[in-house]
Write a protein that binds this ligand. Sequence first.
Ligand SMILES: Cc1cc2nc3c(=O)[nH]c(=O)nc-3n(C[C@H](O)[C@H](O)[C@H](O)COP(=O)(O)OP(=O)(O)OC[C@H]3O[C@@H](n4cnc5c(N)ncnc54)[C@H](O)[C@@H]3O)c2cc1C
Length: 478
Amino acid sequence: MGLMTKDQYIESLRKLNPVVYMFGERITDVVDNPRLRAGIEATGATYEVAEMDEYRDLAITTSPLINEPVNRFTLPPGSIDDLVHRVKLNRAIANHVGTCHQRCTGLDCLSALSIVTYDVDQKHGTSYNQNFTEFLKYMQKNDLTANAGVTDLKGDRSKGPTQQADDEMYLKIVERRSDGIVVSGAKVHQTGSLSSHEIIVLPTRAMRKGDEDYAVAFAVPADAEGLIHVVGRSSLDGRELEGVDCGNVRYSKNCPTLIFDNVFVPNDRIFLCGETEFAVDMVIKFSSFHRQSHGGCKAGKIDCMIGAALTLMDYNGTSKVGHHKQKVIDMIHRAETLYGCCLASSYEGKKQASGSYFIDTILSNASKIHEGKELSESIRLMIDIVGGFVADMPSDKDFEHPEIGPKLKRYFKAVEGVPVENRIKMFRLVEKMAMESADTISDIHGGGSPEAHRVTILRESDLESKKRSALRLAGIEG
Ligand SMILES: Cc1cc2nc3c(=O)[nH]c(=O)nc-3n(C[C@H](O)[C@H](O)[C@H](O)COP(=O)(O)OP(=O)(O)OC[C@H]3O[C@@H](n4cnc5c(N)ncnc54)[C@H](O)[C@@H]3O)c2cc1C
C-alpha cells in the first residue's frame, strides 16, 4: 500500500466497523460524526503534513525494516537523529493543529516494544520480537495509526491487580488457547482510539509473581470483535456536535473508554504474556518516550497560544503594552525550555540491545514535570493578556441573530479596522486552547500522573555520584 494521503487515511477508517457509544447512543457513522471527525482530522494532519513541502523531510524517512519510505509515526527510533526528529515533528504538527494529533501514542508503544520484546526473548526464549517485527512491517507498509491502550481502571489504588474485589480492574487474560489468548477488562482515556486502525495494549504498572494474567501486551484492530469504544465527555464537546462556537474550527481530540469484552488475540499479535518482571520495563520505556513526545507537542501548542495572544493584543489595542510583551516572553521561554528538555533527552539517548534507541529518561521526565506546571502557567498568561471574554462571550448564534446580532457586533468592536468577526473567532480559539479538558488535563496526567514522573526521576538519577561530589568538596571523602 505505501504512504497514505490524508484522504486515503480517512477512507481507510471508513472500512473499519468499530462498536462505538457516545452520550448513550450507538454511533455507526464514526468518520462523519462531527465530534469524532474533528479528532480524526487532527490525526489526518500527520498524513497531510507528510505531503507538504515544508514538512516532508521531517515527516518521511526510510525504514530499514521494509526499505521503503515511511511516516515517522511508524518508525521506532534507530538513531539519535530519529529521536530528535520525533520532537521536531511533534512540535511542527502541534503548530499545525493547535491540539493533540493523537498519533504519537502509537509510535511510543512501537518504540517501547521494539526494545523490550527483544529483551524478553533473550531471557525467556520467546518469539515476541518476531511477532512485533511482523506487526511493525504491517504498520509501516500500510502507513497505519495505532493508539496506546495502557491505562487500566485500577480500582482501589492501594491494591494490586489480584487483590481487587473485581478481578478485571486491570485488563486480564481470561483464557489461554493453543491459537492465542482471550482478554477482558478496560483501558481508559484512550486518546485517538477512533482515529486508529490498531489498538496496542501494554501493562499499566509493574507486576509481581502471581500477576501473570495481567502482564500482557498485544495489538488488535480497532474494530476487533468484543471491543467497545465509549466516547468520553469533554468540556467543549457539545460545541462540535452543534457545529457552533468550536474555537478551533478544524481539529479536536477525544479519549474514549475501551471495554475489552472477551477479545481474542492471535498468537502472532502477542508481545508479552505472563513474563511479569518485564511489565515495569514496558511501562518505563513507553511512558518515557511518551513524555518526550508530549514536550515537543506541547511546545507547539504554546506556540499557537502565543500566536493567539499576540493577535488579540493587536485586535484589542494592547500590542504596545509593556507587561503584555513581558508575558509573551514568559510564554516563549516556557515553550523553549520544554522543547529544549525534550531535545536534550533525545541527544542523550542510547542504543539498546535490540538496536533501537531510547531517550534519556531523567530529561524526558523532567520535561513532563515542567509541562504539567508551565502549560497551566502559559494558559494563565494567555488569558491575562487577552481578557475575560474567554469566559463568557455570547454564542455565534447570538452574533448572527437578526435583532441582537448587530448590537453585539457594534459593542464587541475594538481596534478600528479589525473586523469584529475576527476578534470573536480569536477569543473562541483561546477558549478552546485554554478550556478543552481533553487537552488541558492531559498536560497534567497524560503519560502518567505527575508523581510518576517524579518517582522515575528519583529512581533513574545517580544520587550516589551527587553525594560523592558534595563529600569531596566538603573534605569528608577524597
Ligand atoms: C486527556 C488524557 C489523555 C490520556 N491519553 C491516554 C492514552 O492515550 N492511553 C493511555 O493508556 N492512557 C492515557 N491517559 C491516562 C493517563 O496516563 C492517566 O490519567 C495517568 O496515568 C493517571 O492515572 P489515573 O487517571 O488513573 O489517576 P490515578 O492513577 O488514580 O492518580 C490520581 C492521583 O493518585 C495518585 N496515586 C494513585 N495511585 C497511587 C498509589 N498507589 N500510591 C500513591 N499515589 C497514588 C497519583 O499519583 C495521582 O496523584 C490519558 C489521560 C488523560 C487525562
